[in-house]
Design a protein around this ligand. Structure first.
Ligand SMILES: *Cc1c(COP(=O)(O)O)cnc(C)c1O
Length: 392
């Protein structure tokens, strides 16, 4: 039996995938690539004893990240979720505020909002960028937002609409200009979830440098990894100082006294992880080339298959192609048939994340009509994208 969609079978899609990288018998979804100074830098930490939360590699990693992205400041932290949490605090998010974010994202986006005591308010995405649909959002806010002093309130819940967290989904830059217009119109703070998009640019400028404070991730499956890690990017010097303080348990600098002047967090990135990060960052330009080449391979392979779209970078953007993906025409059962069949052949493809508004902790959260997110969730399949697959 074969499941079909407009005369194309799940098996034929999987065969095309199988033929993309014939030299690789099994295809992981995303493996890290270590091919540079990783050993040397990590050994240096062990040899010198500087493995923990203070050390030269932390400072260097932060400087290198700022230089690479063009952000004025980078603050290295334990993971991307912590980077989002602190970025939202820097943006002034308070308990009981509402923060707009896509329903189609990794759960960390909404969790970080919840850690602030705020409420995620789920908004729809569009299929070109897989990110926030600013036009639809703007129409929606005309309906539900009322001016109240300095800010706008959701007239249905009475809560302040404080910020928006767009996500650069799978590495593809979201269309930021119309989102920034919505922010200006409704006095929303912009915090980018750039966890997946290090190296991607929107109109020539790096993602993660548009919002007041923005988050990147260096988890093991991201384009570069520190084992686990993340960073906050900001151009605002007082906020950068505040961020460093908050992630260092809000301890006042002193040679021996334990004085903490706020509720802080132990969110600093250890030096040994930063050492890995310095080595990985040196490799990033090469990894970006390899990722782009993986995209071309998939694109060429499916160029004669109109029923399948390989997700490409939006106009006026350069994507890091962190995770390549295909979009099928059809429903969840067709998607699952492809995923099942691929797994049997050693090809680790994945569905998108389940929509956050369907998860038990977010069932009560406010949400707009999410019809495009619902369709994308059923139709997008992430493809094996380890950088090594694009090596010449
Ligand atoms: C990976 C990821 C995060 C969180 O990063 P961690 O380092 O895993 O905490 C947040 N948002 C998105 C969209 C991600 O993909």
């Amino acid at each position: 039996m074969s499941t079909t969609c407009k005369a194309i079978s799940a098996e034929s899609i999987v065969q095309t995938l199988r033929a993309c990288f014939p030299a690789h018998e099994r295809l992981a979804l995303h493996e890290p690539f270590f091919g540079g100074s990783e050993d040397a830098y990590v050994s240096d930490c062990v040899t010198t004893g500087w493995v923990s939360s203070v050390g030269a590699y932390v400072d260097r990693f932060e400087q290198d990240l700022a230089a690479y992205t063009g952000a004025k400041h980078a603050i290295a932290v334990v993971n991307g979720t912590a980077a989002l949490h602190i970025s939202l605090k820097l943006a002034g998010v308070q308990p009981d505020d509402e923060v707009l974010c896509p329903a189609l994202t990794f759960v960390a986006t909404a969790n970080a909002i919840s850690y602030c005591g705020a409420i995620p308010h789920f908004i729809d995405s569009e299929s070109n960028t897989l990110g926030v649909d600013a036009g639809k959002l703007s129409d929606y806010l005309k309906d539900i937002a009322v001016e109240d002093g300095e800010s706008y309130r959701n007239k249905r819940t009475g809560r302040t609409l404080k910020a928006i967290v767009p996500v650069h989904t799978l590495g593809h830059p979201v269309d930021l200009d119309p989102i920034i217009e919505v922010c200006e119109r409704y006095r929303l703070e912009l915090v980018e979830d750039a966890a997946e998009s290090l190296g991607s640019t929107y109109k020539g400028r790096h993602t993660g440098t548009f919002g007041i404070a923005n988050a990147i991730s260096f988890n093991g499956n991201k384009i570069i990894t520190t084992g686990g890690g993340g960073a906050i990017l900001t151009d605002n010097t007082p906020l950068a100082t505040r961020a460093k303080h908050l992630v260092t348990t809000a301890k006042q600098p002193h040679p021996w006294k334990y004085e903490h002047d706020a509720l802080g967090y132990n969110y600093r990135l250890p030096n040994i992880n930063a050492a890995l990060g310095c080595a990985q960052l040196e490799k990033l330009p090469q990894l970006l080339k390899w990722k782009r080449s993986i995209y071309s391979t998939y694109q060429t392979a499916f160029s004669e298959t109109p029923q399948v779209r390989i997700v490409g970078e939006p106009d006026s953007s350069q994507s890091n192609y962190w995770l390549n993906a295909l979009q099928i025409q059809g429903d969840r059962s067709f998607r699952d048939a492809i995923i099942e069949s691929a797994h049997l052949q050693g090809i680790a493809v994945r569905p998108m994340w389940s929509l956050l508004n369907t998860m038990p902790m977010y069932l009560e959260a406010p949400a707009m009509d999410l019809d495009t997110s619902e369709r994308l969730e059923q139709q997008i399949i992430s493809l094996p994208s380890s950088a090594i697959l694009g090596a010449p």
